[in-house]
Design a binder for this molecule. Structure first.
Ligand code: PEP
Ligand code: MG
Length: 598
């Protein structure tokens, strides 16, 4: 006993973010992603083609491995998790990526490993620029596929890890396929240094119903395989080398969280309805068409928001009309009959300095989004032409970002129409597009009834709406406590906008992050929202929530929320009412937490 204590050391506590509920007492199993160092080697001209063949063989091997992992994930985790590996397969099959790698090998005469790394780094740099958390987290998919390809180039294969009964996986950052290659039966909890709510590790852990805590800084460097560990995601804490009394306390608390089943209804084709029959539409927010594949099965009805600025990158600059057209056709094709809404570039701020724009003192209040496009008219004209051409090949709509009033809409519409006429006079085929406005600026909320007469639909961007309404920078951690999505002014604004849309007989789609959180989605439902667009991974959860609540009850709660004075009051009311009515659906962690000292 004493010997063990000396080896195991002092009790230490690590704070992180609990992303999957539960308490587990177990033993550490350190898992390495095994990121390999890659070196550059210069090839002789005669070896170049052999190197390209070696790359092709590695792609085939990696593909076979991924198909096997996917089949296993499908069996053990369910189809809604296996789709992660479809994204990996798509990347492996992505002609542009492979052409890029091939070009490096041929033009720079470098080894395949190096060429894979260079092409992947370029992709990663694009992802790193994206604002959306979900999408940034997808960078780990690229790293994952890259590592697999690099290992495959060496001819090795990954092997499944056999786990002991009480294994708690401790890792720096558990890449999705490393997670899926674990023995699901025995993994009891996961603790990683990095990751967030939307990381795949979190999604998989929630799917398995095993506790997980992410964001533990450098836990993995201090933990050794076999060390005693406690994972308590209710308190967001990991305890390494717990003392006897801590151990005793936790053993009595320990309970395996009942498997939370986020599995979407198998019948994703059936319309989604609340318990009292109100039909609700869920769509996907995407930046890469590949993200949409498969979510449809879980009930996504088209792409509600395609953030086109994703096509722009520092290195490549502005995409040409043809490049854009090709990208929009791809979006329209994956979205199918349900169509996709392409948001005009939401660019601005520092990003555009490289493009000749001035560095602004206040970029969020500066030449951003539609203001940038109206000032750089050629950018708007090129994008409009590309979308109109692509719309001849599939159902596409346009949404104008950061509209402050109806003048912004009219100016943008005029330019889009001029480009339509020009394309027609050039004999080009164009498709019909509906034009909508993002309502995300307070002045647009105040004049929503006027804007509604000039557009075909509204897209409510709650991320910016909260930022601009409450004057809280959405990306500044220092003011995160003031970013209150349930602030009464936010709820009033949403209610007012939905009402203006209803009176003008146009649809209003909620496409900010609020819609991705089940508790908020129910409040939005109560405010009259029936059309939501969200990060694809949230669709199954939100779907399951909506089909288990009554619209009328949500309305009742929303009415009460609208009467509240402060965000704290709204949150408290939501906690109370949701727990009274839907205890099963909303575990305490899923509801807004009370503010300490608030
Ligand atoms: C929003 O502002 O809520 C939104 C959907 O757009 P983005 O997050 O891209 O600004
Ligand atoms: Mg926005």
């Amino acid at each position: 006993m004493t010997r063990r204590r000396r080896i195991e050391g002092q009790e230490t506590r690590w704070r992180g973010l609990g992303v999957s509920e539960g308490i587990v007492v177990g033993r550490v199993l350190r898992v390495f992603n095994g990121a390999r160092q890659v070196y550059r080697a210069t090839l002789d001209e005669k070896d170049v083609e052999r190197e390209v063949r070696r790359l092709r063989a590695a792609v085939r091997l990696a593909r076979m491995q991924l198909l096997a992992i996917k089949a296993r994930a499908e069996k053990e985790l369910g189809a809604e998790h296996a789709y992660i590996f479809d994204a990996h397969l798509l990347m492996l099959e992505d002609r542009k990526f492979l052409q890029d790698v091939g070009r490096h090998i041929r033009e720079d005469r470098v080894n395949a490993e190096w060429a894979v790394k260079v092409a992947a780094d370029r992709l990663l740099a694009i992802y790193a620029e994206v604002k959306d958390d979900y999408l940034r987290a997808r960078g780990s998919d690229i790293e994952d596929v890259t590592q697999r390809l690099i290992v495959a180039l060496s001819g090795e294969r990954h092997s499944y890890k056999k786990l002991s009964e009480d294994a708690v996986i401790v890792s720096e950052d558990l890449l999705p396929s490393a997670a899926a290659e674990l023995d699901f039966e025995h993994a009891r909890a996961i603790a990683t240094d990095s990751g967030g709510w939307t990381s795949h590790t979190a999604i998989i852990a929630r799917g398995l119903g095993i506790p997980a805590i992410v964001g533990l800084r450098d836990l993995h460097r201090h933990a050794r395989t076999g060390d005693r560990i406690i994972v308590d995601s209710q308190q967001d804490v990991v305890i390494l080398h717990p003392s006897d009394s801590t151990l005793e306390h936790y053993k009595s608390l320990e309970k395996r969280t009942p498997r939370t089943n986020y599995t979407a209804a198998e019948d994703g084709d059936k319309p989604l309805r609340t318990l009292d029959g109100k039909e609700i539409v869920l769509r996907a927010n995407v930046e890469l068409p590949a993200e949409y594949e498969d979510v449809r099965r879980f009930g996504a009805r088209g792409i509600g928001l395609y953030r086109s600025e994703f096509l722009f990158s520092h290195k490549r600059g502005m995409p040409t009309e043809d490049e854009q057209c090709e990208a929009y056709i791809e979006v329209a094709e994956v979205a199918g009959d349900e169509g996709a809404t392409v948001r005009l570039f939401d660019l601005g701020g520092e990003k555009m300095v490289a493009f000749g724009a001035e560095l602004e003192r206040n970029p969020t209040l500066g030449l951003r989004a539609i203001r940038f496009s109206l000032t750089h008219e050629e950018v708007l004209r090129t994008q409009a032409r590309a979308i109109l051409r692509a719309a001849a090949r599939g159902r596409l709509d346009i949404v104008l970002p950061m509209i402050s009033d109806v003048m912004d809409v009219r100016r943008a519409r005029r330019i889009i129409n001029e480009e339509r006429v020009r394309l027609e006079s050039e004999g080009r085929e164009v498709g019909g597009v509906r034009i909508g406005a993002m309502i995300e600026v307070p002045s647009a909320v105040m004049t929503a009834d006027k804007i509604a007469r000039d557009v075909d639909f509204f897209s409510l961007g709650t991320n910016d709406l909260v930022q601009y309404l409450l004057a809280v920078d959405r990306s500044n951690e220092g003011v995160a406590d003031w970013f209150r999505s349930l602030h009464p002014s936010v709820l009033q604004s949403i209610y007012r906008t939905i009402d203006a849309a209803r009176k003008a007989f146009i649809p209003a789609v909620i496409c900010g992050e609020m819609a991705s959180t089940p508790a908020y989605a129910v409040v939005l439902l109560g405010l009259g929202a029936t059309d939501f667009s969200m990060t694809p991974s949230s669709i199954p959860r939100v779907r399951r929530t909506i089909e288990n609540v009554k619209f009328a009850e949500a309305q009742e709660i929303a009415r009460e929320c609208l009467e509240c004075e402060t965000a704290d009051d709204v949150e408290e009311l939501v906690r109370e009412r949701f727990t009274e009515k839907w205890r099963e659906l909303f575990p305490p962690k899923s509801l807004p937490a009370p503010r300490v000292g608030g």
